[in-house]
Design a binder for this molecule. Structure first.
Ligand SMILES: N[C@@H](CCC[C@H](N)C(=O)O)C(=O)O
Length: 278
């Protein structure tokens, strides 16, 4: 089976053209391929499938084999994959996900994809839709207690669930300790991605992420968008923000007139290979 390893700001996935390759058990394959030392090593697996309603479909699995509704960096890499592999010549594409169809724009110079922007759609703020169990309709700067400590959370869905926490100094956050406790907190029936954010200016935030189903990653596109939405909701930033992640910078814009979020950033192909049959 042919695969391609790609990343967006170090958020790395294994990409398979499932239009031509048969993948029987994607959940199990995601676990096997994503493992360091015994597999390829990645944050998860992304299958590119045919779509009845868009140009292509993205089918995404985290490193633990769980399926996710949306992946912001992954979908930008899917756009580069289909262009580079000549599955399309379009530089404006529609890609179906489990959270709807997204529009993508490729910036191409001399046939080389430089940057990819994705229209991520509208954020969902209703707690019932995130989903999060709460007596509040919108969870904005609400308290939760974990191990006797009080944390303030803001919850946003970008098709997938996110919990954002603002901190004074991001270097002091013990992500590997607190991340999984929030991810698996009983208030989140589908678990949650977790973002810690330090506001630098009203146009720059620093963010680190604990991803549902994967753990610490170098970047998260949906997480960057959720963090910008939470920053605006809490009056910390303007609507166009550079999000500084461990792996690089994503530019996120929450359009005031149509409520749509766009996200722009780089994508890279690392290598190609074949899996199995040895
Ligand atoms: N890294 C992704 C998000 C991947 C899915 C996430 N872990 C989930 O389970 O919701 C991104 O760039 O958005």
């Amino acid at each position: 089976m042919k695969f391609t390893k790609m990343h967006g700001l170090g958020n790395d996935y294994i990409y398979i053209n499932a239009i031509t390759e048969t993948v029987d058990n994607p959940e199990q394959l995601a676990v096997q391929m994503s493992r360091q030392h015994y597999g390829i090593g990645a944050d998860g697996l992304i299958l590119i499938r045919q779509s009845d309603v868009a140009d292509f479909m993205m089918d995404m699995y985290n490193a633990d084999g769980s399926r996710a509704e949306m992946c912001g960096n992954g979908i930008r890499c899917v756009a580069k994959f289909v262009y580079d592999n000549k599955l399309t010549e379009k530089t404006e594409l529609l890609i179906e996900t489990l959270s709807g169809v997204k529009r993508l724009f490729l910036e191409v110079e001399d046939k080389i994809v430089k940057m990819v922007t994705v229209d991520m759609g509208k954020p969902e703020l209703l707690s019932t839709k995130i989903p999060a169990i709460s007596d509040k309709e919108i969870i904005k700067n609400e308290k939760i207690e974990i191990d006797g400590e009080i944390y303030h959370i803001t919850c946003v869905s970008m098709g997938n669930p996110h919990t954002v926490l603002f901190v004074e100094d991001i270097r002091e956050v013990k992500l590997e300790d607190i991340g999984p406790k929030i991810e698996k907190h009983p208030m989140f029936p589908k678990k949650s991605n977790v973002e810690f954010v330090e506001v630098i200016t009203n146009n720059i935030i620093r963010m680190r992420v604990w991803e549902r189903g994967t753990g610490i990653t170098l970047a998260c596109g949906t997480g960057a968008c959720a963090s910008v939405v939470a920053s605006i909701m809490n009056d910390y930033t303007d609507r166009r923000v550079d999000v500084v992640l461990d792996g690089g910078i994503l530019t996120v814009d929450w359009n005031e007139s149509n409520d749509i979020i766009s996200m722009r950033g780089p994508t890279e192909t690392v290598f190609e290979g074949s899996w199995g049959g040895l």
